[in-house]
Design a protein around this ligand. Structure first.
Ligand SMILES: Nc1ncnc2c1ncn2[C@@H]1O[C@H](COP(=O)(O)OP(=O)(O)O)[C@@H](O)[C@H]1O
Ligand SMILES: [Mg+2]
Length: 316
């Protein structure tokens, strides 16, 4: 088989985060309040995953859709800085890049999201050539991409027929309908990566074991993220649980699940035993919580390794 140019193709949503901190008062209709701190940064679950997977040492390419505006330039330059190949990100004239505006006041937070171009991203935007350029395909945040959602079974089937391995993190469904046919999809997903609440919603169950019972007949590897409880993995024969590498000094948990995914897939693509993939994932998830945002602790591989060793006694 021809040597692949990339280890992983990330298919997903892209947006920027505008974060306003230290407000003098909580925003109110008809009034104006001042913020003492502001940050404009790369947002979106898929981008955090791609960024951190690349920092870990995988060759990563991204396909998604943004507008033709200055936010798209910020997204491309941030991803490029982490080593992600951005040539397949579509810049759509006439559409705007998605943005989330977060207002933080004491421990309260208000968020407003404009999804923008990610909503019209569709399967025909992903060429066979782009798919075939990678060994692995990862899709995230399907409920934020209504143009792609009806065709995800077709997409995963196509990836498998081209010889790729695949992974899928559904993320939260803002409409809470959970209307994806897992029975049709999961046979083509090598690693399914929901969190505990998501998999229980998909299966209309109240426990993890009941959720696994419902999907195990048509799943491959299922890895369920469970916050400070760590994570659970079903690998066709047994369930393995790994406790979280507890961080007693959490800065924030933004992107912890995406960094967990990055650690798992990085090890998976190096053909490490599944239990080692799971353990590495709990470490990269924990590393994520030691700095602000989803990429703060993933500025370089040296930084990630140093945090993993000094705080969690783990050699990455
Ligand atoms: N406070 C924490 N300390 C250490 N590790 C954590 C912490 N919170 C999350 N993690 C790790 O990150 C993983 C993903 O976090 P989780 O919140 O479950 O995912 P998601 O963001 O998708 O909901 C967890 O399984 C755990 O291993
Ligand atoms: Mg998640």
């Amino acid at each position: 088989m021809a040597i692949k140019e990339f280890d992983t193709l990330v298919v997903g949503e892209l947006n920027v985060d505008l974060i306003l901190n230290k407000l003098e008062a909580f925003p109110a209709i008809g009034k104006e309040v001042l913020a003492k701190e502001m940050r404009l940064a790369l947002g979106s679950s898929s981008a955090i995953f791609a960024n951190n997977l690349s920092i870990l040492g995988s060759k990563v390419s991204f396909v998604g859709k943004v507008g033709y505006d200055s936010y798209s330039a910020l997204i491309s330059s941030s991803l490029k800085k982490a080593g992600v190949h951005t040539d397949n990100i579509i810049k759509s004239v006439g559409e705007y890049t998605g943005i989330t505006v977060a207002y933080n006041f004491d421990n309260d937070r208000m968020m407003v999201t404009y999804p923008g171009a990610m909503e019209t991203f569709k399967i025909s935007d992903i060429s066979e050539q782009v798919l075939a350029s990678a060994r692995h395909m990862h899709l995230s945040s399907v409920f934020l991409q209504p143009g792609l959602k009806p065709d995800i079974v077709t997409l995963f089937k196509k990836a498998k027929s081209l010889g790729l391995t695949t992974s899928f993190d559904p993320q939260w469904d803002p409409a809470e309908k959970w209307d994806i046919d897992l029975k049709a999809l999961l046979p083509f997903v090598d690693v399914f990566l929901p969190n505990a609440l998501e998999v229980m919603n998909f299966t209309s169950t109240g426990s993890l074991s009941a959720s696994i019972e419902k999907i195990k007949g048509f799943s491959n590897i299922v890895v369920v993220k469970d916050g400070t409880n760590g994570a659970h993995m079903w690998d066709k024969s047994k369930i393995t649980t790994k406790p979280a590498k507890l961080n007693s000094n959490v800065v924030d948990c933004i992107g912890a699940g995406d960094s967990f995914n990055a650690g798992f897939i990085h090890s998976f693509l190096k053909h490490k035993p599944l239990e080692e993939c799971l353990e590495t994932a709990t470490v990269t998830g924990a590393v994520n919580t030691t700095a602000a945002g989803g990429t703060g602790a993933f500025q370089s591989i040296d930084m990630v390794k140093r945090i993993a060793k000094t705080l969690f006694d783990y050699n990455l």
